[in-house]
Ligand binder design. Sequence first.
Ligand code: SF4
Ligand code: SF4
Length: 408
Amino acid sequence: MDRRFLLSPAERCPIIVLDDITLVRLPIGDHALLKTVKKRAKVAAGALLARHSSPNVGDFHSPFDGVIKDITGTFIEIEYEAPPPPAQAVAEGAEGAPPAKAPVEDDISAKVEPRSLDGFDAVALGRLLKELGVDIRPFTRPCDLFIINAINPEPGMVYAEELLRSYMPVVEAGFAMLRRLNDAPKFVLALPSGSNARLEGASSHTVRPEYPISLARPLIKAITGREDTSRVTLVRLLAVFQLGLVARSGLPLTHTVATAFGNNVFAPLGTPVSTLLEKAALKPVEGDSVILGGAMRGVAISGLRRGLRKIDDALGLIRKGSKPDLSDNPCINCGACVSVCPMRLRPNMLSRYAEFGLYDFCRKEYIETCIECGMCGHICPSCRPMQQHFRMAKHCLGLHTFQHVLRQ
Ligand code: SF4
Ligand code: SF4
């Protein structure tokens, strides 16, 4: 096994709970802010701040009590502030009792109480979970086989086994909720070989933990023996974990887990990248790159102010000079990329067509089946920017790209 592509760490990397985060920047994307969300407004932990128009995309909530410091087109900045002490209970109408307040619509400073999630059918439950911040799209897709992918997505990401070791009750709660949302006849927990984790109600399937087996298409093929993915749904363990956080508390989703700069952290959504760098005692210098996502598929980000999103499961730092720079060197026809492509494509030809804007030829080379695993670019001795070419070609052809998901 090539150790560079190993997906199971040799040593444990416990999840560190970051309970001292005092400033978050919630990346609101295309969510619509509530009209009460204004600068200097007080917010309560769990308060709804922004809704998404899609019934499948979770709404946004404040991870802690605080004050809104800034609102831009892309984020809401909230600074922690301790909530006021609870007022002493005085019977309504008694002497000294404050006049009863009329309820305020969309009051973001009101204490948030847990919601009961019992007794709903799948549709109503999905609606409620969306209101509680869960992206329910992957959970509700009809399928014959539902796979929970408990393999670390890329080399260097090390949170999956720690979720199973340290947060199993949360994962189980998420799985129980998932089964209420989806009546798939079969559930499979995909695990790295050697793992003995179990989920009641799901059969376990182990695979050799070597990248890119962790990606959807290779993993589905390894489990089903077929390349047809049409009636198969696959979700990351992290998504089930997030669902479990809501299932157990009845409170909105406000925290997540990620492998950030070598550490596994449990942190509020919106925790700035700069804060996570400080926690890891890292200081990028001119020429370094901060990568959102893993080493194989991640993209460099331009600013460290951005906050952690639900889909972010990794951040990394690449020091200047530690990797060869990509360049537009010509292909030398070594064939290495063809031999490693898990989708049996011809990345050498694809990249040439893409480089010169011959996108119709990219279609003829089945570019839509490229899973952007990065293996070809990783191995190319000419250091050609393979994924960049493919993403550009896909963009020009109107095809979905993995980069699009990362940048959302
Ligand atoms: S990124 Fe390269 S190796 Fe991976 S599927 Fe696409 S063409 Fe094949
Ligand atoms: S690995 Fe690079 S140089 Fe070799 S055939 Fe592929 S694109 Fe060309």
